[in-house]
Unconditional design. Structure first.
Length: 92
């Protein structure tokens, strides 16, 4: 692993509070939380590139479940039907 590089970054208040809360709850440093998020995004980007290269015709739900398990990701939740609020139009 390459030595750590020191840098200064700017985050929105909302992102900063989320990262600080996550770091505190996991007993990690703020730097570790940001590094974890970057690693996760690199994994997602790699997966997207792989899917683009291989195509999606042959990918089954079982394949996706195996990939999620290998990456330690939670299983995908099935989308629940959207409920209309009181002001929603019915029959539209």
């Amino acid at each position: 692993m390459a030595p750590a590089q020191k840098l200064s970054i700017s985050l929105s208040g909302e992102e900063f509070e989320w990262a600080k809360k996550r770091a505190r709850s996991l007993g990690m440093s703020l730097s570790a939380v940001i590094s974890e998020a970057l690693l996760r995004q690199r994994q997602v980007d790699g997966g997207v590139r792989l899917i683009e290269e291989l195509g999606t015709d042959d990918i089954t739900d079982e394949d996706l479940a195996a990939v999620r398990a290998e990456l330690g990701w939670a299983p995908a939740r099935k989308a629940s039907p959207r409920r209309r609020g009181r002001g929603g139009r019915r029959g539209a």
